[in-house]
Structures are given as structure tokens and as C-alpha cells.
Design a protein around this ligand. Structure first.
Ligand code: 2P0
Length: 337
């Protein structure tokens, strides 16, 4: 009853920000992301045992915060219910290869790996071996986790049904399809964020007057990005990637109390990307920011060096990483314990 799974983080270019159903984590709009390579990875081992009286969790070698354990247990309740084993508890050990909760999508890789490992461990093969079902389940742990089930590019469909049975992700293109795509990540603050994205997006839906207007533009942007991914056309999606990030951060700021995730360094990076694109006379790099101040600059291998060089001029960046496009959920042979 022990199993291990690996999942990588994904960085959205059309963002998930807002839910129509909080408990079932059903989003207000479809979103699209690329799954990152193995540098941004979670490995999770789950063992169910009749000897345990409650779930235990070790996260990056440490005891979790009570809130983190409660969230994991709440997710495992869905798994236990599906397996009709409501009183079967688990030992969970999980490791991230990157800073947790710093806007590097650790909940996406974490819950995708947890969904895969727990369903395999408890014998729910219709989930552990079926990516559509697995992505629907991972969604209940963390919305963006539904996209990390797939490698390459994935679209998470919001669906229209009340019970969320048509709310899951699909793969738009395989990781091999876009080998020279890069995400140059500039970490400007690796500390945990003050407000979780879960709480922040609820606040936006409740209080932002601009939010409805954003939803109208998202539909058009989805069409542009789907076609660009299909055609492997970076230039035609670059403008949309930046507009989409700006639109999400605008509705965050339009919320009350305002949600401001970007810092001064993030803004400097935005200026740098605008300068690079101006110097080439066309978009060769596109910034996007999640619920945090770290920059993700999508570009292609050809311009990776130019982007890194531009970042050298920005004071205060803690670390720069360059990710390619990676795989979806896998089951390694080795367990963590
Ligand atoms: C995304 N983000 O599409 C967006 C962009 C952050 C900004 O998905 O509450 O951690 O767990 O469903 O998945 C972060 O939100 O939120 C996120 P929950 P999640 O990647």
C-alpha cells in the first residue's frame, strides 16, 4: 500500500484566477500552462496503513504547519471516499526541489504528485492510470495541480456542470513538440507569500469590479494561445502572455483590500523585457508573474542569453534559473522511505 509519484510545476500563460465553486475548486475560466522540466519537481511517497490513527506529513524534511497537514488530509478524504476506505490513514513524505509557496507553483506539483501516489497506493487504478480522472481529482487539492498531470502544454477546462465532472485538463502538445521554448525564472523573493492564492482569488471574485471585464478578454486570449501552441509560434503568443499576466495583476490590485504581489524588482524586470523586445523590433521574450514577485520570462533558446544578460543589470535578483518544458506525472521505482 505504498507508492511514489513525481510531478513537475507548471507556469500558466492564461491564468486561473477565480472560482465559480470554492469547495470543488471549479474555476471561472479555462487556463493554459506549460509544465516545467525536472528542476521544478515534487516527489511524494504515500503509505496507507491500518496501524495509523491519523495522517502524518513530512514536507521537505520538516514537520508541516497544521494548515498544510489539514489541507493534505482534506484531499486524502476525497481519495478515501472514492476507495470506500474512510478510516484508512496515511504516512506522506514529500520533497520539492525548489522553494515552497514562493510563487513557483509548489502546490501544483505537490498535489499532482500526491493525487498520483495516493491513488496508486490505495488501489484506485481508474485514477492512477487515467490522466483525465487524475487531473479531475488533483484539482480538488489545488486547482493548478490539474494541469501538472500532463507534460508539455495543458489546458484546464472549466466546464459547465455543477458537480465538476467536466472540469479537467487536457494536453495541448507533448513536451517534445517545443524543445527550444524556455522559461527564464528570476527569483526576486524566495520567502513565503503573505496571502495565499486560495484566499486572494476569493477576494478578487468578491470585490473587483474589473474582474467581469477580464473574463471577457480571456476567451479571446485562449483562442490566440491555442493556435500559437499548435503552430509553435512564439511571437504570436508573446503579447498575449504579457497582457494576460498584467490583466490578472490588475484585478488583484482592483480587489479590496488590494492584493499586491509584485515588488520593485518585478517591475524593473517588466521594463527590461519591454526594452529587449523594443531592441529587436518584435516580441522575443514575454514575462508572466503568478501569485508572487518572481518573474517567469518565456523565450526561445535563441534569445535565452539576451534575456539573462538583461537580468544582470537588475539589482536584487536572488537567483536565475532556466527551465525547459517537461513531463507529466510519473511513477519512479524508488520510494522516499
Ligand atoms: C495559475 N495561479 O493559473 C494561477 C496564476 C497563481 C496565479 O493557480 O487555491 O495554488 O490551490 O486552487 O492552484 C495558484 O493557485 O490555487 C494559481 P488553489 P492554486 O497558475
Amino acid at each position: 500500500m505504498k507508492a511514489t509519484a513525481i510531478a513537475n510545476a507548471n507556469i500558466a500563460i492564461i491564468k486561473y484566477w477565480g472560482r465559480r465553486d470554492e469547495a470543488l475548486r471549479i474555476p471561472t475560466n479555462n487556463s493554459i500552462s506549460f509544465t516545467m522540466d525536472d528542476q521544478l519537481q515534487s516527489v511524494t511517497t504515500v503509505e496507507f496503513s491500518e496501524k495509523l490513527r491519523h495522517d502524518t506529513l513530512q514536507l521537505n524534511g520538516r514537520q508541516p504547519k497544521p494548515k498544510q497537514l489539514a489541507r493534505v488530509s482534506h484531499f486524502l478524504d476525497f481519495v478515501r471516499t472514492k476507495a470506500k476506505k474512510k478510516k484508512l490513514f496515511a504516512k506522506i513524505v514529500s520533497k520539492n526541489s525548489f522553494p515552497t509557496a514562493a510563487g513557483l507553483a509548489s502546490s501544483a506539483s505537490g498535489f499532482a504528485a500526491l493525487a498520483a501516489a495516493s491513488t496508486l497506493a490505495i488501489g484506485l487504478r481508474s485514477f492512477s492510470e487515467n490522466k483525465k480522472n487524475l487531473s479531475m481529482l488533483a484539482r480538488l487539492g489545488s486547482g493548478s495541480a490539474s494541469r501538472s498531470v500532463f507534460g508539455g502544454a495543458a489546458e484546464w477546462r472549466a466546464g459547465v456542470k455543477k458537480d465538476g465532472s467536466d472540469c479537467y485538463s487536457v494536453q495541448l502538445s507533448a513536451p517534445e513538440k517545443w524543445k527550444d521554448l524556455r522559461n527564464v525564472i528570476a527569483i526576486t523573493n524566495s520567502k513565503e507569500k503573505r496571502i495565499s492564492s486560495t484566499d486572494a482569488m476569493t477576494r478578487t471574485v468578491r470585490t473587483s469590479e474589473m474582474f467581469k471585464c477580464r473574463l471577457e478578454s480571456v476567451e479571446r486570449r485562449l483562442r490566440i494561445v491555442r493556435k500559437a501552441i499548435y503552430d509553435r509560434d512564439f511571437e504570436s503568443m508573446a503579447k498575449t502572455i504579457m497582457q494576460e499576466s498584467d490583466s490578472m495583476h490588475a484585478v488583484m490590485l482592483d480587489s479590496w483590500p488590494p492584493i499586491a504581489y509584485l515588488n520593485g524588482i518585478s517591475l524593473e524586470i517588466i521594463h527590461k523585457v519591454i526594452e529587449i523586445n523594443d531592441s529587436y523590433g518584435r516580441p522575443v521574450a514575454a514575462y508572466t508573474f503568478d501569485a508572487g514577485p518572481n518573474a517567469h520570462i518565456y523565450t526561445t533558446k535563441k534569445y535565452e542569453r539576451a534575456v539573462r544578460k538583461a537580468l544582470d543589470d537588475v539589482d536584487g535578483i536572488e537567483r536565475v534559473m532556466v527551465c525547459g518544458i517537461g513531463d507529466g506525472v510519473r511513477y519512479p521505482k524508488k520510494d522516499l522511505f
